[in-house]
Design a protein around this ligand. Structure first.
Ligand SMILES: Nc1ncnc2c1ncn2[C@@H]1O[C@H](COP(=O)(O)OP(=O)(O)OP(=O)(O)O)[C@@H](O)[C@H]1O
Ligand SMILES: [Mg+2]
Length: 376
């Protein structure tokens, strides 16, 4: 026999995929009733259009049905009241904060837990010297490869002018905003946040330095990332403001440099790596993209030359973690919001990303963390 308490406990243990928290923790179980072998559970959704509500309903049904003495389960839903939403927001803020980051940093109140020195979250900054080398494509596919390897992964689009992450990942909905807390959108097993969600399509984004800093800081400190294993950051091309901001907001960021194989690209990439080092950011590896194209004849064509990745890695004294071939399906996948690592995991490009992911996991976090950054 199962009573209402047993039913509530079973339902409360179901994990909401959007928040990655148990329904009981986030107050999403409303009324529960049991009459004989019939159970009724009401889900309290934070917003009416809560993503994945159908799947959640099914999961709760399954969890309750599995109880002894329950034959039939009815799961209804309603939207949270203002108070309930406020409680949820408070819960998230509490879970987010709590610890000092050990850097003496204060970002104005609650500090996300994943910024704490004790946190196991690794922050990977995907950077390049020049544009168009495939940073965003690498960010997205590497993120998915890490998720496919069983890791919890977030993607933060720090390219606030040239954001492309939403288009590439193709999420079904925008991030949800609960008061002052943003919930990154879950898609293809990763969670993402981008300025692209917050500005209208046609409108050019003009940020002055402090606004840019603030925008990125908010994406880090006022978003519910939970405690991911990896937070990947798609950095804008070049050596500018954003790297500086990241070095302040996310001092533990590890830099991975994307380059194309030609020597000229390698020199530009080197400049950005040096700039990163100047900011005491740990450069951890090089990823060469568009390394070759395999023709119908099965031959490799090195369209952009060869050796750039190897050379750059050598100069920086870091490993070349992989070479991603040029495959039209990768671009098509990016345009369609269906990354190649999702649509065709067996593609040589997907396998290259999987191999890079494995190496990044294997090499572990950077051991030496930078000293406090002094400016001015
Ligand atoms: N390995 C690849 N094979 C085929 N197409 C690729 C590959 N890598 C990237 N592309 C394509 O090249 C273009 C540029 O890639 P992407 O947008 O990822 O570069 P980026 O470095 O982020 O550029 P930006 O500096 O503009 O942000 C995109 O159309 C992308 O789909
Ligand atoms: Mg980009």
């Amino acid at each position: 026999m199962s009573d209402a308490t047993a039913v509530r406990t079973a339902a409360a243990g179901v994990i909401d995929p959007e928040l990655e928290l148990a329904l009981g923790v986030v107050g999403m179980i409303g009324d529960v009733a049991v009459a004989g072998s019939q159970a009724t559970v009401t889900l309290a959704l934070p917003i009416a259009a809560w993503p994945g509500a159908d799947a959640l309903q099914a999961a709760v049904t399954g969890a309750v049905e599995a109880l002894d003495g329950i034959d039939a389960v009815e799961v209804g839903r309603r939207t949270m009241s203002e108070d309930e939403r406020l409680n949820l927001r408070t819960t998230l803020r509490l879970l987010m904060s709590g610890e000092d980051d050990g850097h003496g940093h204060s970002h104005g109140g609650d500090e996300p837990r994943f910024l704490a020195t004790s946190s196991t979250t690794r922050v990977l900054g995907i950077s390049s010297g020049k544009g168009g080398v495939g940073k965003s494509s690498v960010t997205v596919n590497l993120a998915i490869a890490l998720a496919q390897a069983g890791k919890r992964v977030g993607v933060l689009d720090a390219d606030v002018y040239g954001f492309s992450i939403p288009k590439m990942l193709g999420p079904e909905h925008d991030p949800i905003i609960l008061g002052d807390t943003v919930i990154p959108t879950a898609v293809h097993g990763v969670r993402c946040l981008s300025m692209g969600f917050f500005v209208p399509d046609e409108q050019p984004v003009i940020w002055r330095g402090p606004m840019l800093h603030k925008a990125i800081e908010q994406f880090v400190t006022e978003a519910w990332w939970g405690e991911p294993d990896f937070l990947l950051i798609d950095m804008p091309p070049g050596t500018g403001d954003v790297a500086l901001t990241l070095s302040e907001v996310l001092p533990r960021v590890e830099i991975y440099v994307v380059t194309t194989p030609q020597p000229a690209a390698e020199r530009v990439a080197q400049r950005s790596a040096w700039a990163a080092r100047k900011m005491k950011l740990a450069v951890r590896g090089v990823i060469e993209n568009m390394s070759w194209f395999v023709g119908d004849d099965g031959r490799r064509y090195e369209l952009f030359g060869a050796g750039g990745g190897e050379q750059l890695a050598g100069q920086l004294g870091v490993p070349l973690l992989g070479q991603v071939p040029l495959v039209p399906a990768l671009r098509e996948g990016g345009d369609a919001g269906e990354p190649i690592t999702v649509s065709d995991p067996a593609s040589p490009a997907s396998m290259a990303f999987a191999a890079v992911a494995e190496k990044i996991i294997a090499q572990g976090p950077a051991r030496v963390y930078r000293q406090e950054l002094k400016i001015g």
